[in-house]
Design a protein. Sequence first.
Length: 157
Amino acid sequence: MTMELTVNGTRRSFAGDPETPLLWVLRDHLGLTGTKYGCGIGVCGACTVLSRGRAVRSCQIPARDAAGRSYTTIEGLSQDGNHPCQRAWIEEDVAQCGYCQPAMILTAAALLGAKSAPAPTDAEIDEVMSGLVCRCGTYPRIRRAIHAAARLARQPR
């Protein structure tokens, strides 16, 4: 079965089992390896991508449900790595091993993109990010980076 979906603004097709998780469509069939496998049951968040600006777990979305929809991976967040979250992650030196960072950045981008959170509080950040696991424990740096990204996003270009 062939399914069409949009990934990072480009229409793509996938010919395969409709039960294949979107995670494996992205990684194995489209070569977008920024989306990571963590637990496979939607708990750790390593597989997070954006769908209509919302953070979703790609390991929990079968290809049949992804068909006809649009997704953004870390590779598509910005063409030049200049998204406020990406810039803030570098400025705050967040990454240690880096494995969870694409999901963290995309989740932060979804938070900052929400109309209710252009300048989130620590509590709002902690609530949204609590569904993601950073095995290195860089949570304080992640929080600082989200605050920095919010400031960067409010600055005129």
